[in-house]
Design a protein around this ligand. Structure first.
Ligand SMILES: Cc1cc2nc3c(=O)[nH]c(=O)nc-3n(C[C@H](O)[C@H](O)[C@H](O)COP(=O)(O)O)c2cc1C
Length: 204
């Protein structure tokens, strides 16, 4: 039994969030049968959805030609997801918001494409209580709009992983041992649910 977990870092720079996603994927790999893929929005050109309804009316992919075409292909191949964002003004980054808006064809063209795939949410803030909780909740809503099964971090992690970077990129995130435990616990739980769902699908 094998599953691939994709970790998506929604920061426009190499910093705390990419580090946290790598840590999460390392934890997920502790479960036998789990392989991982890292995806970052850093350096990617992704326009937000303009609401032109092209995908809805033509029943096809988005008409905007940018890096989202390739990212879409890669994203939908995975069996499970860890979605991470820096906290920007107490919310996910606009880059990640644009990414999820551009997954609209999943709703109008390929309904069910992500059905029975689990996902977990991770937020990385520069302030200890700078909006990680609300950011995780928004990421959960993003996943729900695309049909994913939302997985939480159980006791201690609850809604998802929450890290305090002290605005010090990787170094700050690495110092938050409590926050990183919420991330690792979430990642193992997403991996476990992905394996269970894959086994159930194989068993018919
Ligand atoms: C535009 C902007 C808005 C931010 N807003 C918040 C905020 O509301 N709360 C918070 O805790 N940190 C905030 N931060 C700090 C980042 O969340 C923090 O530095 C985070 O670690 C960045 O992740 P990265 O290093 O992966 O880019 C903000 C940073 C930027 C650039």
């Amino acid at each position: 039994m094998a599953v691939e977990i994709l970790g998506l870092a929604g920061s426009p720079r190499k910093g705390a969030t990419e580090y946290v996603v790598e840590e999460a994927l390392r934890a997920a790999q502790e479960l036998p049968g789990v392989s991982t893929k890292f995806m970052t929005l850093r350096g990617k050109k992704i326009q937000p959805c303009t609401g032109c309804d092209y995908c809805k009316t033509h029943k096809t992919r988005c008409c905007i030609k940018d890096d989202m075409e390739e990212l879409f292909e890669e994203f939908v191949k995975a069996d499970a997801y860890l979605i991470a964002s820096p906290v920007y003004v107490m919310a996910p980054t606009p880059h990640l918001a644009a990414f999820f808006s551009r997954l609209r064809p999943i709703h109008h063209v390929y309904p069910g494409m992500l059905r029975n795939k689990p996902g977990g949410a991770i937020a990385v803030g520069g302030t200890r209580h700078g909006g990680q909780e609300v950011t995780v909740n928004i990421l959960i809503n993003y996943m729900l709009t695309r049909g994913l099964i939302v997985v939480g971090g159980e006791i201690g992690g609850y809604a998802g992983g929450k890290v305090w970077s002290q605005d010090k990129k990787e170094e700050g995130a690495a110092a938050d041992s409590i926050g990183l435990e919420t991330v690792r616990g979430l990642a193992r739980r997403v991996a476990e649910v992905a394996l269970l769902l894959k086994a159930a699908q194989r068993g018919g």
